[in-house]
Ligand binder design. Structure first.
Ligand code: TLP
Length: 343
């Protein structure tokens, strides 16, 4: 199978598996797992924050960040298609008692004036704005890179109102690799950041939240409350450390393959590409084929290609370290055979 459903499906490399076997471990709830400590220290250094905490998933990382930043009754500002709003089961409302207010962005970027207008003033009727959440790269904007300058402006607006900024950086390393800048060029415009070790970076499990020391201390309590305090978890942190320190350099190859895939699909008469393909996500518009998304996905599956639905007439293809140049060729041939008419 050529699995283009997501970069979450990546399997650990041989080096990661060996590191898991050899990992030194201890009880991390007691703060005694040396491998977790090493991972958290390295992550704080790379993300340029005082401290970091290892959590089980991107969703858990975002939840802990919101719960630590906010009080029940707060309003959280997010881009209209943010993962936290769109794909996390309403968790921040369910667990944090916060309400969400979305702002329509352009390719994942919120206009700073729109943010300014959405921040609540002093009024007995209003909820307090507790947090601004950004996302980079932006998943539903097709892996778009939110410009650093936009993040700087949004951070400035939030700071003027003493509101913290959390970055869902599940794919932040993709943005940094594509622009050839260190991740701290983005994180300096945030209060906290969540990054996923288990997407393009290839670790089997895990995310990191980074922020100030007092914030991370409070986040540890929320992680424990949510049942995310783990014991001899160095076996999982060990591949995470390899993901963090050795896998970022190869992300650009995923982006190049995604662009080649998009170019090939663009040549097929009834298909269009809906996004700019800056990183590893390709969004295909299928409306003109007259076939339903389900029909297209099951025909592709029968040809050994997996993708996911992304909207009523769109599908998403995502490249990652298990997708080779040959896989791209084979996928393009399958698309051409399926739709026949090539421009
Ligand atoms: N995204 C997954 C699905 O949940 C849609 C995917 O296949 O893309 N933030 C962003 C921007 C994400 O894309 C994801 C995962 C998460 C957070 C959540 O990460 P996990 O899956 O580790 O909870």
């Amino acid at each position: 199978m050529i699995d283009l459903r997501s970069d979450t499906i990546t399997k650990p490399t041989e080096e990661m598996r060996k590191a898991m076997y050899e990992a030194e471990v201890g009880d991390d709830v007691y703060g005694e797992d040396p491998t977790v400590q090493k991972l958290e220290e390295k992550a704080a250094e790379i993300l340029d924050k005082e401290a970091a905490i290892f959590v089980t998933s991107g969703t858990q990382g975002n939840q802990i960040a919101v719960l630590t930043h906010c009080q029940p009754g707060n309003e959280v500002l997010l881009e209209e298609d943010a993962h936290i709003f769109y794909y996390e089961g309403g968790a921040i409302s369910a667990f944090g008692g916060v309400q969400t207010r979305t702002i329509k962005g352009k390719r994942g970027a919120i206009n700073p004036n729109d943010l300014r207008n959405a921040i609540r003033g002093e009024d007995v009727h209003f909820p307090e704005t507790g947090l601004v959440c950004l996302e980079n790269t932006h998943n539903r904007a097709g892996g778009a890179i939110v410009p650093i300058e936009n993040m700087r402006e949004l951070h400035q607006v939030a700071q003027e109102h003493s509101i913290p900024v959390h970055l869902d950086g599940a794919r932040l390393f993709n943005a940094a690799a594509e622009l050839a800048v260190p991740v701290k060029a983005f994180t300096e415009h945030t209060s906290t950041v969540q990054i996923c070790l288990s997407k393009g970076l290839g670790a089997p499990i895990g995310s990191i939240i980074a922020g100030s020391e007092p914030f991370i201390r409070r986040a540890r309590k929320w992680r424990k409350r949510l049942g995310g305090g783990l014991r001899q978890v160095g076996v999982v942190a060990a591949p995470g450390l390899i993901a963090l320190t050795k896998m970022a350099d190869r992300l650009k190859a995923d982006h190049e393959r995604a662009r080649r895939l998009a170019e090939g699909i663009r040549n097929i008469t009834d298909l269009k590409i809906n996004n700019q393909v800056e990183t590893n996500i390709v969004v295909v518009e299928t409306e003109a084929t007259g076939k339903s998304v389900d029909e297209i996905l099951s025909t592709l599956k029968a040809k050994g290609i997996l993708a996911v639905p992304f909207g009523p007439t769109t599908i998403r293809l995502t490249t990652h370290h298990q997708i080779t140049d040959e896989h791209i060729d084979q996928t393009l041939i399958a698309f051409q055979n399926l739709f026949e008419k090539v421009k």
